[in-house]
Design a protein around this ligand. Structure first.
Ligand SMILES: Nc1ncnc2c1ncn2[C@@H]1O[C@H](COP(=O)(O)OP(=O)(O)O)[C@@H](O)[C@H]1O
Ligand SMILES: [Mg+2]
Length: 297
């Protein structure tokens, strides 16, 4: 049975009400030390959300920002692997957990650090019929603990890699009322765009955080054997332009992204000047100018 974050951190559940108030205060105090918070989301999984988060973190760390990353995708906690800090034992102190430290001092907290040695996903407790509800609740409780109980210290930017799906935003708004914005990741297919549009609408209405922009990942992949000209799927560019949504960048397909993830070294550190590296850099620049604009007012 994999350990849950609470099993490691908790004191057995006494004085719940007092703990809730205290946790809320801790959360506010910690978040007050972090200048900008940005959520990375997608309508569905497997579109490259964690890949984009990893390389955004690296981009900002290289720009001199003090960066933290929360891996809130409990059933696919891939960020520890991508930052090369898998299964790093974490120090738990009176004041909270010390985050793992990845390349360029990037601080990371992930469910990966609290899972057992097997690869089983987090177990969702509760009656089967309601497991969906339980799952959402547990995910948000864990995110709350990750934010409130981690010794982030002073940061310039906290990136939050959210689980896929569009139904848990109201709690997030409660946890992070000052979220500066969201980055939405999609892939070039009409279905994916549709899901993304729903996510964008909900994020705007419920999170009330501005959409920084959309990243189209695995864009412009040319079928190597069928010699087809141009991308296989309709590009996000037209859809986004029609709807007035900023397109932060289009990241081509590059198998070295998966290789870098397996090596545990962010792609931008290895291949900064490839087309993919440049495209990732443009996404970073876009987010950076957005933050400069909102933070200077
Ligand atoms: N542009 C790309 N080119 C090639 N492989 C990619 C690209 N983007 C992501 N991948 C790979 O696709 C898989 C899913 O990406 P990941 O970032 O884990 O998605 P998500 O977090 O949305 O589930 C990973 O193996 C990753 O290395
Ligand atoms: Mg992921």
């Amino acid at each position: 049975m994999p350990k849950r974050y609470r099993d490691v951190k908790g004191d057995g559940g006494s004085n719940i009400a007092g703990q809730v108030v205290e946790q809320r205060q801790r959360l506010q105090a910690r978040m007050a030390q972090i200048r900008s918070k940005v959520a990375v989301m997608s309508g569905k999984g497997g579109v490259g959300k964690s890949t984009i988060t990893t390389n955004l973190a690296l981009f900002f760390a290289r720009e001199g920002f003090r960066v933290g990353v929360v891996d809130a995708d409990l059933n696919g906690p891939s960020l520890a692997r991508m930052f090369g800090v898998r299964r790093q034992p974490l120090r738990i102190e009176e004041q909270g957990v010390l985050p793992a430290e990845g390349p360029l001092g990037i601080r990371l907290i992930s469910m990966d650090f609290f899972l057992g040695s097997d690869e089983r996903p987090v177990v969702w407790e509760g009656p089967q019929a309601e497991s969906f509800l339980w799952r959402g609740t547990l995910e948000m409780q864990t995110l709350r603990e990750f934010l409130a109980d981690t010794q982030w210290g002073a940061l310039d930017l906290l990136l939050i890699d959210l689980p896929p799906g569009i139904d848990r935003f109201s709690t997030l708004r409660d946890l992070l009322p000052d979220l500066q914005g969201t980055v939405v990741v999609t892939i070039p297919s009409a279905v994916s765009h549709l899901v993304v549009l729903k996510a964008i609408t909900l994020a705007r209405e419920i999170l009330k955080a501005p959409l920084i922009g959309v990243v189209e990942n695995m864009s412009g992949y040319l079928c190597p054997t069928c010699q087809q000209e141009g991308p296989l799927f309709p590009s996000a560019r037209e859809t986004m332009a029609r709807l007035g949504i900023p397109l932060l960048g289009q990241i081509p397909f590059d198998p070295r992204l998966a290789e870098a993830a397996d090596q545990g070294i962010p792609y931008l550190l290895l291949h900064g000047d490839t087309p993919v590296g440049q495209a990732l850099g443009r996404v970073g620049e876009g987010v950076k100018s957005f933050l400069e604009e909102v933070n200077s007012v």
